[in-house]
Design a protein around this ligand. Sequence first.
Ligand SMILES: [Zn+2]
Length: 478
Amino acid sequence: MSEPAKESGSKLVCHGCGTELEPDVAHPFVCPERHADDVDHVLNRELDLDGVTFPREAAEGEENPFLRFRRMLHSYRFARACGDADRTWVRRVTERNGDVADVDGHGFAETPYGRNAGLSEAVGLAKGGLWVKNETGGVAGSHKARHLMGIAMQLDEAQRAGLVKAKPRLAIASCGNAALAAATLAKAFGYKLDAFVPADGDATVLAELKALGANVIACDQQPDAPPGDPCVHRFRAAVAEGAVPFSVQGSDNALAIEGGETLAWEIAAQHAAAGGAPLDRLVVQVGGGALASACFQGLRRARELGVLPAMPRIHAVQTEAVHPLDRAWRKLAQETVRLLERRGVPSPGEDAGDPDLAAFLAHEGAAAVQYALEIAPKQRSTYMRPWKEPVKSAADGILDVETYDWLMVVRAMIETGGWPLVVGEKTIEEARALGNDPGGVEVSATGAAGLAGVLALKATGELGSKENVGVIFTGVQR
Ligand SMILES: [Zn+2]
């Protein structure tokens, strides 16, 4: 295998400065023009879907989503452009999934999805349905490993193509599930991992990380440090010194998104197979934003491939403790309204509530999205500012002080007519208690935060009883 000889049809383009990566870049992770400016340098993947048939069902032996959906993955396209045969890839990923299973007890496979009758009743959707994608039994107990598997496969391919000589060191910043997923995959693939974690991190998680062989580095908030998460600062310093960003945030590693898209592709296929009405809404918890970004982009591709009749409204859920994305959406929404007013479009009014504002933006879709995409990425700090207030919540996996993938999630809400939901601790606890059913699902408060968003939506009276609403139980209670 040598470097790519032909177009792969999977291109990475920075939505901040427009830079397009060359197809033979071994590590297509971050924009090469990313400096300390106010541009939102995040690479988005442009995927040519010509000739791709959406695999509505997994072929025998291809229950692993990284096999089933391989034709939509960057590392597969890269390997094929380098001259590898399809069966070569299948053999390699099958072997790698075996390595993951050796570490974690099981490898990647389709996770359960379906209408939950008890929860549908409990949240007032008896005539429609509450649909749950359950990731609590996934690799390392959450959806995070999906985000990292696409990166791990690309690292393999780059070494095979001879574009990278030695095995690089990996780095991640996280306090919980993402670090555990990273440590699990690093061990399976034979990489050294530096995990930058908060000094007051959960002792059980830290012990598990060490048991998996990760080098755990505790990070304190220094009084004179710049705003933002100290673990992220230390992680980025390690990356600047040559470590590979084994990150679940699209802003730090663009390929984190495609692995997350496999979750959305499964939802699209599983919902279609169940028959009935399409999803009206998808309510997704947001910390760094990669999951919501991946869901939006994944569903959009599923729609393009004909498996999804229409996009559901996407709602991002954050906690009252920390909600920088809600702040960003609000600012961008209001500015867009004012801009369109100046162009003669009648405004929804000063006191328009979120549903009216969201409906207005979706109706003016093209103009609103164009504004968001042209103006916002050039002045990131106007919209996305690190959260400074105290940050305590039971949903401690979504307390990121910045929503790193904020722009794609704001775009998702503008395009689909959704809006952000901010939930308090009582609602989070209620959702966690509801989500833990006697049938055996043990979901964490973070994992049930999407359900908390549904409860918040219900409380506003916006949820019709005939609606079909999707949520993701992202992680297991530890
Ligand atoms: Zn850029």
